[in-house]
Design a protein around this ligand. Structure first.
Ligand SMILES: Nc1nc2c(ncn2[C@@H]2O[C@H](COP(=O)(O)OP(=O)(O)OP(=O)(O)O)[C@@H](O)[C@H]2O)c(=O)[nH]1
Ligand SMILES: [Mg+2]
Length: 257
């Protein structure tokens, strides 16, 4: 860890079932066992039924989507939207718990339904509240290997990451998870070091591709994280690479020890 640095906050966001909770579990284990760091785990999913780690802060103690559904006679989506409103109104409680956590890393697991978290105000209210404490804060955008098979898909996740960055106000690192079962796929992680290849291909697929190529050129001009780590929450593959990128974004001293 960077000497003199406060704790680092890492928020895991991503589509349903992409492996956010599993990665919080895997990365926290890796940080504790391999790096001897202290980790504080936050569950912000009010509808979670099973969590593979033991949360140090669990939003379900305050807001439980299943109870809300029963009490207010709502369906799963309605209950989730209501839960998000309640969390949003009480964001200070979450921010304070995270700020007070005695740890080197705080890993924040977010709801499976990414849209209720991102498209409502909870996510940016949280990043805004925590930024006030001057914490190093980064989001990991967890994607299933299936999402990224073509150059166009690579453009898609890059644009999504930039959009999330605009929405949340913090750096966003896309990560491809479940590499253990996606080994046979031609994952873009392999060619990401060669952005020219991506751009050249996109230019060759018509006006729409040309537009994507221009957007990609611009994104790469400003991109801070230049690699997309490929990881497995199951086999722990890629944890070091993920850590290195988080470190590069949150620590300017360049000391990885
Ligand atoms: N093979 C494999 N399976 C994984 C990996 N990561 C997660 N899974 C599986 O994918 C499923 C979803 O994982 P979760 O960690 O619950 O994903 P999530 O994004 O938290 O899911 P929601 O919160 O419900 O959206 C589970 O069955 C996991 O066991 C991985 O790296 N490899
Ligand atoms: Mg989850």
């Amino acid at each position: 860890m960077c000497k003199g640095m406060g704790k680092t906050l890492v928020m895991f966001i991503g589509p349903a079932g992409s492996g956010k909770s599993s990665l919080v579990h895997a990365y926290s284990k890796w940080l504790e066992e391999e790096q001897y760091l202290k980790v504080f785990r936050v569950n912000l999913d009010p509808a979670a039924e099973y969590i593979p780690y033991t949360p140090d802060f669990d939003i379900r103690l305050y807001v439980d989507a299943h109870r809300i559904a029963k009490e207010l006679g709502l369906g799963p989506n309605g209950a989730l939207v209501k839960s998000m409103e309640m969390i949003s109104e009480n964001i200070g409680i979450v921010a304070e718990a995270i700020d007070k956590a005695e740890a080197d890393f705080v890993l924040i697991d977010t709801p499976g339904q990414m849209e209720v978290f991102i498209f409502r105000d909870v996510a940016y209210k949280l990043t805004e509240a925590l930024s006030k404490y001057g914490r190093e804060f980064v989001a990991v955008f967890v994607l299933d290997g299936d999402v990224i098979r073509r150059y166009e898909d690579y453009a898609f996740i890059s644009i999504m990451s930039v959009a999330l960055q605009a929405r949340l106000g913090i750096d966003v690192v896309p990560v491809i998870n479940k590499i253990d079962i996606a080994r046979d796929l031609r994952l873009m992680g392999d060619v990401i070091s060669d952005i020219d290849e991506v751009v050249e291909y996109l230019k060759s697929v018509g006006v729409y591709g040309e537009m994507l190529a221009k957007i990609m050129d611009t994104i790469w001009l400003y991109a801070k994280a230049t690699r997309v780590p490929r990881v497995s929450a199951k086999t722990m593959e890629g944890m070091e690479e993920l850590h290195r990128i988080i470190h590069e974004l949150t620590c300017s001293c360049g000391d990885l020890t």
